[in-house]
Design a protein around this ligand. Structure first.
Ligand code: ZN
Length: 405
């Protein structure tokens, strides 16, 4: 519930003249908050705009725009560049997002790695660290301590106020932010990861998200297709489902768990408790194990049949996803781009053979690299700041926008 809805409900309960006063005040507050976001949205756009330019595009008066811009400058969200000289009339000073403003902290706890990065308001990565850290045999505390230490390092390096953090996790994250289950991390069951990290990071708000979901959002923000299944291939295999440009997480956060779609009914046992899941064929370790290859490069160079088999299994699972969701595009990310055209061709061939429709499914590799989820995690925080700068001004947004760890 938003503050406005809360006020509205409260007012309705009062049922007095006082309620009308409260409603009017809440309405004015909402309009101002909306206008702050509107102005910041224009400043964040591709075209450099002055105050007058923002007024022209938003339909707000110059006076209103100036007052809102002053607030945004005061909050460290916007800066005004020196006026451009040379043209006729009064020189205009272009506005820009302030790269010194509140930044997003992205964190990731993977099956065998951790990562942390800081992305500033303009979308630039200002600090990033990743490290090997295997969590399969450990209780959550060890992994949480490792990622918190990495978080403090990147925040110290970036020297920016941090608005909040999102942590990417390799499992099902419920709507209330609990990591319900991660098949490859057997001891991480029903873990309130956000709360646990918040207390380790000086009260900074930390929101957990599914790794593949955050990678899918990163794909979308990088200009990827609005309707797609974005697969993230690693030890585990997950996917983010984008429908009409929006992430579809499902009722319980399970949407996109494509790694546990069955591709071999009598196949190998999976860590999830099932059998013959996609992950047991096309997961990175399963793939290396089946081919007895030491690493992915060796596998691609010397075991083309194993890569093709993984591609076929992916294609079978993805054909099911396409028939269920009618998405026109599939993006293969994580470690999959390193498998090269052998994998891509096998997935395409399987989809062509199995999906009955005139239009071909567009299958492509992600170009974001293995850090897509980490970057996506940090960018979710930046996107929230841009969508509701009023929350930062009020000091109760995604973060206090000044947190030092
Ligand atoms: Zn499974």
């Amino acid at each position: 519930m938003t503050a406005h809805e809360s006020n509205e409900r409260h007012s309705r309960r009062l049922g007095t003249n006082e309620s009308a006063v409260r409603r009017r005040s809440a309405g004015q507050h909402t309009v101002r908050r909306h206008n702050l976001a509107l102005v910041l949205g224009e400043v964040a756009g591709p075209q450099p705009l002055s105050r007058a330019g923002v007024a022209a595009r938003t339909g707000l008066t110059r006076g209103t725009v100036s007052s809102l811009v002053e607030e945004l400058i005061g909050a460290g969200l916007v800066s005004e560049l020196a006026a451009a000289r040379g043209g006729p009339g009064r020189p205009a000073s272009p506005l820009q997002l302030d790269p010194r403003g509140p930044a997003g902290l992205g964190l990731e706890v993977g099956v065998d790695a951790v990562g942390a990065c800081v992305v500033d308001l303009t979308g630039t990565v200002r600090a990033q660290r990743t490290a090997r850290s295997d969590h399969r045999d450990d209780a959550p505390d060890a992994g949480l301590a490792t990622v918190a230490a990495l978080a403090r390092e990147v925040v110290a390096q970036a020297r920016l106020p941090i608005a909040g953090a999102t942590v990417a996790l390799p499992g099902v994250v419920t709507a209330d932010g609990v990591l319900e289950r991660a098949p490859n991390l057997p001891r991480w069951v029903d873990v309130a990861v956000g709360e646990a990290l918040r207390s380790r990071l000086g009260g900074l708000p930390v929101r957990p998200g599914n790794e593949a979901d955050l990678a899918a959002l990163a794909e979308r923000w990088a200009g990827g297709p609005p309707d797609a299944v974005v697969v993230s291939g690693g030890i585990g295999v997950g996917a983010g489902v984008l429908l009409d440009g929006t992430l579809f997480a499902g009722a319980g956060g399970r949407a996109g768990e494509i790694g546990h779609v069955v591709v071999e009914p009598d196949g190998r046992a999976c860590h999830c408790g099932g059998r013959g899941c996609l992950e047991t064929v096309a997961g990175l370790e399963a793939l290396l194990d089946r081919a007895n290859a030491p690493d992915l490069d060796a596998l691609v160079a010397t075991h083309p049949d194993a890569v093709r088999a993984a591609g076929r299994a992916l294609g079978i699972a993805l054909a099911g996803a396409v028939h269920l969701l009618d998405v026109p595009a599939v993006v293969l990310g994580g470690a999959y781009p390193r498998c090269g055209p052998l994998l891509l061709d096998a997935v395409r061939a399987e989809l062509d053979a199995r999906v009955f429709s005139r239009s071909r499914v567009d299958v492509r590799f992600s170009t974001l690299g293995p850090d897509a989820a980490l970057r996506g995690a940090a960018t979710t925080v930046v996107q929230e700041v841009l969508a509701d700068p009023g929350a930062v001004l009020a000091g109760n947004g995604v973060g206090a926008a000044g947190t030092s760890l």
